[in-house]
Design a binder for this molecule. Structure first.
Ligand SMILES: Nc1ncnc2c1ncn2[C@@H]1O[C@H](COP(=O)(O)OP(=O)(O)OP(=O)(O)O)[C@@H](O)[C@H]1O
Length: 480
């Protein structure tokens, strides 16, 4: 093998850098390739240095093959590429000469991070309840898991059984094919965080597994803080050293481009190293517009599990379990009432129950339906569904297969009059409209007619289970 002098090696390296830059783009180039320092040629093997182990590993997995090919193409003297760690290479002048950072490039990532921080500040201004950014990198990387959020404490029903099963599988066999990443998504307060913590707790109970859980927001604070304190390497190394990384509420990263970029690299490094990633968000990967396409694609590559909105049955089961755990007796009527009134969010359902129990303990009186309505007045008001009389009329005519005009017509035939009475009854039950207001919406009828209809339907529901079922069904459809 002919020997190559230092100048020709250096020239070859510059050409390789040029080609790589064109292939991978500026950001990746500056983040990774630019950190490489050219080392000696030994026989047909060229050594390239990187200042940190994770950088070396990353470059090896991401670009190792390509570097070898490019070297072989650029100079036949080099057949093999060896990537080594050299701490002295840290912040050394770029050996790739003219490829040293341009005026803007060396701080691009930091600049992006500042942009993310600015985006965050803008959000904070419109979101006074959010915590101010904590940028203390001395804290532990992850936040502790909540010991209450176990699998045993998670109530399973139709809407969450699939997510529950997936979470259980990951807890039993982390990083198994098809389950990495595990992507949990669903509306607010439906148990995503609970399941993530349950996985973490179960894994940790088995001992030697390192689990890091943090919100996407926290991830970003850490990232920005590491930029500010020039400890990015430490941050990256810490992240890449965990066995299981859990990031909650990923939607927070929408519009935070450099944090997304950082997360993407962390994600790849961990998955490639056979570590488990668990992510939660309020939407599926494909619906998270605002996240980079390549990140969305990777997020959807493992198991995607949806937690659906709760059903009445699940809400009852959750309330029963929580009431039982509290040790304070709560009548079934109260549980049903809560499950009817608070339908969207388990966190609020739980909050309502806790408030009732605390109140009962404090005043030393049992929980009753009356005390519930009183104690939760404000909360329940906020949950009143804004069902309109128009909606009620539309649903009722659809159900009984009559015309909408029959709601306000003077026709008295039973086939029309009864559904009209039912619609009035529902208007009284589901809206805060007064009897005269309801009457006006039903062809300017008198309030006494409405009152009669309401009483008559209540009476009939007691006598006729078929009719009661129809009315309940309509009510349920209108409420959900
Ligand atoms: N199926 C369930 N069984 C028992 N508790 C539940 C269930 N679902 C939710 N919870 C409880 O409801 C509360 C809210 O759940 P969690 O924080 O996991 O929701 P989330 O989906 O992560 O919400 P967010 O979108 O706000 O992050 C927690 O106290 C959790 O224990």
């Amino acid at each position: 093998m002919a020997s190559a002098d230092a100048a020709s090696l250096h020239a070859a390296w510059l050409r390789i850098c040029d080609r790589l830059k064109a292939e991978v783009g500026d950001v990746e180039y500056q983040s990774w390739i630019q950190r490489i320092t050219l080392g000696p040629l030994d026989d047909d093997e060229i050594t390239l240095y990187l200042p940190e182990r994770f950088l070396r590993d990353w470059v090896r997995t991401q670009y190792g093959q390509r570097l070898q090919t490019l070297w072989r193409e650029e100079t036949p003297h080099v057949q093999h590429v060896e990537l080594k760690i050299d701490k002295k290479a840290q912040r050394a002048p770029m050996s790739n000469g003219s490829h040293a950072p341009s005026s803007k490039s060396s701080h691009d990532i930091a600049a992006f991070a500042r942009e993310d921080a600015a985006a965050l500040d803008a959000e904070k201004e419109t979101s006074p309840t959010a915590a101010s950014p904590s940028v203390d990198v001395r804290n532990d990387l992850a936040v502790p898991l909540d010991r209450r959020f176990t699998f045993d404490n998670f109530v399973v029903g139709k809407p969450n059984e699939f997510a529950y099963a997936c979470a259980g599988r990951v807890a039993d066999q982390p990083a198994s094919p098809g389950f990495n990443p595990l992507f949990l998504y669903g509306g607010v307060g439906l148990g995503k965080t609970h399941l993530m913590h349950a996985i973490g707790l179960k894994l940790m109970s088995r001992g030697n597994i390192s689990v890091a859980y943090m919100s996407a927001e926290k991830f970003m604070y850490r990232f920005i803080a590491s930029m500010q304190s020039k400890s990015q390497m430490e941050f990256k190394e810490q992240l890449r050293s965990v066995d299981v990384l859990m990031i909650d509420d990923l939607q927070f990263l929408i519009g935070k481009n450099s944090t997304q970029e950082e997360f993407f690299h962390t994600f790849n490094a961990l998955v490639d190293a056979g570590r488990q990633i668990i992510v939660s968000a309020d939407k599926s990967p494909s619906d998270l517009s605002g996240l980079e396409d390549r990140l969305r694609t990777r997020l959807g590559c493992g198991m995607v599990a949806d937690i659906h909105a709760t059903t009445f049955e699940l809400r009852i089961s959750i309330l029963e379990a929580k009431a039982k755990a509290s040790g304070t007796p709560v009548p079934p009527k109260v549980l049903e009432y809560l499950a009817h009134k608070i339908t969207t969010n388990v966190r609020e359902l739980e909050g309502a129950l806790n408030r009732l129990i605390a109140h009962a303990d404090l005043v030393g009186r049992p929980v009753t339906l009356e005390s519930t309505q009183d104690v939760l007045k404000d909360m329940l008001k906020a949950h009143e569904r804004r069902v309109t009389i128009d909606e009620i009329q539309r649903k009722v005519v659809e159900h009984f297969n009559i015309r909408l005009t029959d709601m306000s017509s003077a026709r008295r035939a039973r086939a029309v009059a009864r559904p009209r009475q039912i619609a009035m009854y529902l208007a009284k039950q589901l809206t805060s409209r007064s009897l005269p207001e309801i009457g006006r919406k039903f062809g300017n009828r008198d309030h006494t007619t409405v009152m009669h209809a309401v009483n008559r339907v209540a009476e009939l529901m007691e006598q006729d289970p078929g009719l009661a079922e129809s009315v309940e069904l309509l009510k349920h459809m209108l409420e959900s």
